[in-house]
Design a protein around this ligand. Sequence first.
Ligand code: ADP
Ligand code: MG
Length: 728
Amino acid sequence: MSTLRFHAIKKTLDRKPIHIEEKERRSELFGRNVFNEATMRQFLTKEAFNSVMAAIENGTKIDRSVADHISTGMKEWAISKGATHYTHWFQPLTGSTAEKHDAFFETIGNGLAIEKFGGSQLVQQEPDASSFPNGGIRNTFEARGYTAWDPTSPAFIYGTALCIPTVFVSYTGEALDYKTPLLRALYAMDTAAVAVCKYFDKNVRKVNTSLGWEQEYFLIDSALAASRPDIVQTGRTLLGHSAAKGQQLDDHYFGSIPARALAFMRDLETECMLLGIPVKTRHNEVAPNQFELAPIYDEANLAVDHNSLLMDVMDKVSERHNFKVLFHEKPFAGVNGSGKHNNWSLSTDTGVNLLGPGKTPMSNLQFLTFFINTIKAVNDNEELLRAAIASAGNDHRLGANEAPPAIMSIFIGEQLTNVLNELENVTDGKLSPEEKTDLKLNVVGKIPDVLLDNTDRNRTSPFAFTGNKFEFRAVGSTANCANPITVLNTIVAKQLTDFKVEVDKLILKKEMKKDDAIFNVLREYIKHSKKILFEGNGYGEAWEKEAKKRGLSNHRTTPEALKAKVSKKAIALFEEMGVMNKVESEARYEIEMEDYVMRIQIEGRVLGDIARNHIVPIAVQYQNRLIKNVVGLKEIYGSEYKKFAQEQLNLIEAISGHISSINSDVTKMTDERRTANLLTDFEQKAHDYCNKVKPLFDSIRYHCDKLELMVDDEIWPMTKYRELLFTN
Ligand code: ADP
Ligand code: MG
């Protein structure tokens, strides 16, 4: 074993779990570092408190003079908790969170100083943000951007800084972050869904989107991770022969959690409690060293903030435990990658989950309305939904028989399939009283509030109804959930808006009763949306063929998939729903395409470097040893030597073959990269990186992995899969 590998493994094996003591109940720790309702009551004047609550509940603007009261209260609270700095905390389109700390400390002359935090600093800031991705927005308009307080997500203390969740927009108002379009899409949903709810309950005044994400990740010892330049630079392994034992025995999934990993999780959970992230579930995932963590679901904007914050907290806590967390969608070939299921639902301020079957025919009709409208929205916008989860990392999962395919479809289970089949036969036009009674009693009225398919055994579906929510399973583990939720909310909000128009038209023009009109419109939607419903095996080849027949898209790569974001239809849709204007849609498309290019570019460079500077020299070294051996044998045995040197001669030849293939492929890849880099059209560049540069990764890897099997283990420079995945 090479000295580097030896020391990394030795270090790993020597580590003991850090003892984690939990002195307080978690419920008592929960939200302790959050400026939540209870804390606000304590630290704010009544006027300031009411003003924040009104902003949260109704989106009303906060008066500047009140803002001063709020910021003072916040500062007092933060200092009492040991904070020294404050920062606007936002989610630029880099995929991670951004912060810039300023001290509360201020001088007031005469050598004196105070702690200060004014309302204007709370409400708005102008970070020098010229280095964040903007897709050309700030080049064409105005160079500055600003961050503005989002009172719907509470401030929190992280380390020694008071963090204020904010949106990040250009000076001309274009969104430069994930949160801004999300907030607009949540608002669009609220408006559209409340209008539809009024058919069923006049008292509904607000509809909230709820999100429960499930975060998958790998935990690798930091010494092992640091020994791999590919993990350090790209977050994944670019080569490495599979270990003899991978996940085929299914012995990791739900197995007992390794002691060091458990210590990390407990430490992490404590941090989450303090930050008000309601983490609930932890378990081993399918691949070795792979785990999952899930919270109790929350209002979507808060849940998105929590997930972004969590990923950062995980990084920090993992350092204390000498781990490196890998969020990448596919860190290791041959074992499962990681995803982030997004459980999504809608609920009213009257306490009703709109995607949960109810107890009465009327509440079930409301459920069916939202259920069927969601199906139609996905049916009509499947490409856009696919685009919402596209990334270089996720390309490795989708369609690779471990995650849902790149084809979007919906699983609803047998019982609801039967209900839809019945509804499809509803009479065209006004319903007879008998028919209506029958429908209400025997179809709608008979939907049980706990569905059989509740636990959903079909794990191959990218978008599954799981009893009282939809579960969007194709989301990648590194994704910011705001992206898929923004798209989902926009398409469903648009669909609900159209639904309302159609129902009202039938009521007015055809003098239909409300129920008749709703049944009639839903019937048409069911007929229209058949192609998206699929109950079978999403991993099977048969489904690909069937989906093609149905006219469903199957975009396997990111550049191909992202295109849907800037179709005429998509741009108009985002514009109509007030979520993004044309400039914003186009900017996002460009940013995501560029992100794709940069990731493949970095991977290409790292892979070329490892192959040429780490693998080939060692292969040559080993080959020289073999040559020396053959020369020696020849000296001893003369012309008979071949009898004793056949294996060595074969190896010498094979090694030369692989070295020469690596050489020509790396050269080819470098040339393709250079050619692609000269392209000025970002679309063409992304396509070339995808179709000309990336395919060479596979063959370079193939030859390196073959060499791994030939070269003496003692000198192999790269930490092997069996060591990365099974040492802990
Ligand atoms: P799994 O998918 O691992 O089988 P579950 O389906 O039981 O687990 O739940 C997964 C997630 O769904 C949890 O994070 C939970 O909080 C969330 N969830 C439950 N109800 C809702 C809801 N109404 N809206 C959004 N998320 C929900
Ligand atoms: Mg799930």
